[in-house]
Design a protein around this ligand. Structure first.
Ligand SMILES: Nc1ncnc2c1ncn2[C@@H]1O[C@H](COP(=O)(O)OP(=O)(O)OP(=O)(O)O)[C@@H](O)[C@H]1O
Ligand SMILES: [Mg+2]
Length: 365
């Protein structure tokens, strides 16, 4: 049982504020992903939790106990690093068993634990090899095994998959998640890859320049981004952002894109727009649909555009089209449109598009 609490945790390196007053409550057994662009403070925050980096302010509690000053080895946390950090002169079996040997456990117990973990991670056949005779994926499994064998209260992962090729990464992220769900060990996982964050997390913490932007479940963050940074950082293909003026007439309002392409807003969205006369509109590809694909020619549409580019993704395609002179992306059926097609009709899902404050970027909801 291990819940983790961060209270106003800060880190300064000289004048650099790497982490600014982070508050986070991690439930026992929860899988939290810290995500954000390079340099946003993810590793620093994780290393403070591990005790590898001193905190400049705030406190860290494990099950309600302040561990801010506890040495790393006494925190009962196991960390997995991006570069695996295996002992090159030891075999896989010795690497796996090392932490238990340091605890002076009987050789028989160590051998049993090594065998169990090796089986779990399909390393049985590799136990006598040295790390240099392993593939990247196998090394990463050994690194994971070294953390698992310690049966810690908390797992800490710092970009453990970023040295693997794309296919292996997808396989390993599922393996890690399955293992974690079976063991129910509280986990904090750092990545700059928003797809890893979306697919693995119980809850995501989005960081930017050392500051928490939003904390929520993957679907919360995807569907209700707190600001335009979160909106554009999470999601693939990325959300398009484009400026629009608001034109009001009585109780009604229209978004005006570029030189006069207008889209009517539903009444339910008006309340949040009282204080602004222009907005930043966030469009995900699934908010933009081809009208003829759904309803046949002649039905209502919001704008028409030539097709700038089509990317086939197999199950669906992404078409790059123009709205108000800006490129946006539309999700279409494969083969529905082709590069160079003229005047294709599109509709926006105005109930679901995102509206952000034109200067602060905060979501207008
Ligand atoms: N020892 C240090 N001394 C000075 N500045 C540091 C030190 N360690 C990190 N920083 C700075 O703190 C900020 C956060 O770094 P951190 O390594 O936590 O980022 P990150 O989010 O893990 O990035 P990446 O995705 O590139 O690994 C950066 O601006 C970095 O330059
Ligand atoms: Mg890092």
């Amino acid at each position: 049982m291990a819940g983790l609490t961060l209270r106003s945790v800060q880190k300064r390196f000289g004048t650099v504020e790497a982490v600014k007053a982070v508050d986070l409550e991690v439930a026992d057994g929860e899988f939290i992903v810290l995500v954000g662009p390079s340099g946003c403070g993810k590793s620093t925050l994780l290393r403070m939790i591990a005790g590898l980096e001193e905190i400049s302010g705030g406190e860290i509690l494990l099950d309600g106990r302040d561990i801010s000053a506890v040495a790393p080895r006494d925190r009962d946390m196991a960390m997995v690093f991006q570069d695996y950090a295996l002992y090159p002169h030891m075999t896989v079996a010795e690497n796996l068993g090392f932490a238990l040997k340091m605890r002076d456990l009987p050789a028989g117990d160590i051998a049993q634990s090594v065998a169990d973990v090796a089986k779990m991670l399909e390393l049985d056949a590799l136990l006598e090899r040295k790390p240099k005779a392993l593939s990247g994926g196998q090394r990463q499994r050994v690194a994971l095994g070294r953390a698992l064998i310690r049966e810690p209260e908390v797992f800490l992962f710092d970009e453990p998959l970023s040295n693997l090729d794309a296919k292996l990464r997808v396989g390993m992220r599922m393996e890690i998640r399955k293992l974690q769900m079976a063991l129910r060990t509280t986990s904090i996982y750092v990545t700059h890859d928003q797809i890893e964050a979306m697919t693995m997390a119980d809850r995501i913490v989005v960081l930017k320049l050392g500051e928490v932007q939003q904390i929520g479940t993957p679907m919360d963050i995807y569907e209700r981004p707190a600001n335009s940074f979160v909106g554009t950082f999470i999601g693939s293909p990325p959300m398009s952002l484009l400026p629009a003026e608001l034109r009001r007439e009585g109780d009604e309002a229209w978004l005006v894109f570029g030189k006069g392409q207008e889209v009517k807003l539903p009444a339910a969205r008006m309340k949040a727009l009282e204080s602004v006369d222009r907005v930043e509109v966030g469009l995900r590809s699934e908010h933009v649909s081809l009208v003829s694909q759904r309803r046949g020619a002649g039905s209502a549409f919001d704008f028409s555009s030539d097709i700038v580019l089509v990317e086939d993704h197999g199950a669906d395609s992404i078409a790059v089209v123009l709205l108000g002179g800006r490129e946006i992306m539309a999700r279409v059926k494969p083969g529905a449109v082709h590069v160079g097609d003229k005047e294709c009709r599109f509709q926006l899902d105005v109930d679901r598009i995102h509206l952000f404050h034109p200067t602060t970027g905060a979501a207008l909801v």
